[in-house]
Write a protein that binds this ligand. Structure first.
Ligand SMILES: *Cc1c(COP(=O)(O)O)cnc(C)c1O
Length: 408
């Protein structure tokens, strides 16, 4: 019997139950390895057809009537697509998730609502390595509401812990804002434990799920999460600028009030009446006209996730990052590369960051050779492995090119 080479991708791909999904994405000319599916997911083949049909039949054929006619009228998509996302990806029962706006805008709406609801508390706890938009949004809210930011300093190669949050929250704390999977290191925060710690102090928690949704398993209802937002164009394959999603736990929906009181979050919007009266339930968190056209691709991405199942997606994601780390250890660590991501797969999301002092200068050469990872300041190359569209052979090819570039 031949001994198996653990770095050979062939057996891993042959044994991959999700291998068939790869051909359901549009090919890209000249791409040797796309290692940035966590920044912009690839388009499914079906998306091109479904979009074309949508433009001709639904938009072109039904025109304004489709807002309110037919199965699932457009007007209802924020909630109907939200419910599907809740069921397939978030661990959320119906009536608690909407699609709308961008992640940034939804972060603002929910964080403002949380701070306003916790009267007598004026501290927002946030970590120093959270994604820039998260940090800026709460800076703006703090200025607007006279609130104070309390920064947790996190280790950039790992991330926020329940112990750190326990040390930062108190009777003055209105809100804890954190990313579930850190955008740089890939650290997978202990969401149930951090949520508990925040609740023990009487604070609300807002999770940014941008790098989690469609990649790791989520149980928002079980964990008792108050609020969450996330991105539609990463692992959900919604396309550039796809709408974002917001989760508001059912028992908060009557008390939390978001600050952008548009007509689409009003009860009976087409009566055009004086004064804003919030719609019932999660609809009150919508502000303007639903981004229907932009939800068409997102529905295609969601359909694939529904079909594959998030458990299988997470299992493959873990196998991909383990495999990438084995290649990094074998090929790149001897060339002076450091791993800046958790080694423990239980504490790691779907991407891995590696560092070397000259990585900024290496990136253009990689892109020219068809290997497309991301760069993260100051010296990190971030390798993202979208489980449905990435094969083990692709990881092997991409890291082999990086090895060749570095050994020059
Ligand atoms: C990608 C990402 C966002 C994106 O916000 P936009 O409003 O879509 O620009 C927000 N938060 C995190 C953690 C992200 O990774």
């Amino acid at each position: 019997m031949r001994s198996r080479n653990p770095l050979d991708p062939g057996e891993l791909d042959a044994a991959d139950p999700l291998a068939g999904y790869r051909d359901r994405f549009l090919p890209a000319d000249g791409i040797v390895a796309y290692l940035d599916g966590n920044s912009l997911g690839r388009p499914p083949v079906a998306t091109a057809e479904v979009l074309d049909r949508f433009v001709r039949d639904e938009w072109g054929g039904r025109l304004i009537r489709r807002w309110t006619d037919g199965d699932e009228p457009w007007m209802s998509w924020p909630e109907t697509v939200g419910d599907r996302l809740g069921a397939a990806v978030l661990g959320a029962a119906p009536g608690q998730t909407v699609l709308a706006d961008s992640t940034t805008v939804l972060l603002y709406k929910l964080a403002r609502a949380a701070v306003d609801a916790r009267t007598g508390r004026n501290v927002i706890v946030v970590d120093s390595d959270n994604f820039p938009t998260d940090r800026y949004v709460v800076e703006g809210i703090a200025a607007e509401r006279g609130a104070e930011l309390r920064w947790i300093e996190t280790d950039p190669a790992t991330g926020i812990t329940a112990e750190q949050v326990a040390g930062a929250v108190g009777r003055d704390t209105a809100l804890v804002l954190a990313s579930h999977v850190a955008y740089r290191s890939g650290w997978l925060a202990d969401a149930p434990a951090i949520t508990r710690v925040a609740h023990d102090a009487g604070a609300l928690v807002l999770w940014d799920l941008s790098h989690s949704a469609g990649s790791v398993e989520l149980e928002l209802d079980v964990w008792g999460v108050d609020l969450a937002v996330g991105c539609g164009y990463k692992y959900l394959n919604g396309g550039p600028g796809a709408p974002a999603f917001a989760y508001v736990r059912r028992d908060h929906q009557e008390t939390l009030r978001q600050p952008i009181l548009g007509w689409m979050g009003r009860r009976d919007p087409f009566r055009m009446e004086q004064g804003h009266v919030p719609a019932a339930g999660i609809r009150a968190f919508v502000s303007g006209t639903p981004p229907v056209l932009a939800m068409v691709p997102l529905r295609c991405g969601l359909e694939m996730l529904e079909e594959a199942g998030i458990g299988a997606v997470r299992a493959k994601s873990t196998a991909l990052t383990e495999y990438a780390l084995a290649l990094v250890d074998a090929w790149l660590v001897p060339l002076g590369v450091e791993v800046a991501s958790p080694r423990d797969p239980e504490r790691r999301g779907g991407h891995v960051t590696i560092r070397r002092g000259d990585f900024r200068d290496v990136l253009d050469g990689l892109w020219e050779r068809g290997v497309v990872p991301d760069f993260r300041e100051p010296d990190g190359i971030r390798l993202g492995f979208a489980p449905l569209s990435t094969s083990f052979a692709e990881v092997h090819r991409g890291l082999a090119v990086l090895r060749d570039v570095l050994s020059g």
